[in-house]
Design a protein around this ligand. Sequence first.
Ligand code: ZN
Length: 204
Amino acid sequence: MKVITYALPPLGANCHVVFDENTKRAIAIDIGGDYGYLKSKLASNGLQIIAALLTHGHFDHFGGAYEAQLEGIPVYIDQRDSLKLGGKGSLADHFGYETNFFVPDYTFTADCVLKIDDFEIKAIHTPGHTSGSCCFMIDGKLFSGDTLFFMSFGRTDLYDGKFSALKDSLKKLFELSGTTKVYPGHGENTTIAYEREFNPINDY
Ligand SMILES: [Zn+2]
């Protein structure tokens, strides 16, 4: 499995596309921005998205997933964040944006294993940034949404955030193998070993 990351315009949140090099079939994690832009990039690589996984229900992580769903791509999200899609909890209003309300195709209650095509995805419930925030582990790679960033962590001062839960969630992630590569929802990639040692959560 390989990963290509697109910081989708206009908001720049990362959309990670995990794909099988042989079949060219792909899973997109967080389609928060311009879906047309993503499609044109994928077409130039010959990739086909077969599912969209959302790490949480904030507008900058699901905005383009609505259009993907209209094209028949199923959308997955933790049940606890599913009602945020387009609603108050999406934070779109808070930041002066508009989003479409939509209903996901599949919800789950982490921790669980999702089997989609040849992909085996472990959903790890990591509440704190929101109550239904999830990280996804695919092929030994961790997609950490807004829970864990390079040298940082998700904010908890917005609707449905809880700092003590986030701290526990990071503790849970730091138990993963140190060699695990981390692909956050914003910014640069990192590893569990690096964050276990240097992440500022250690100061709290
Ligand atoms: Zn967020």
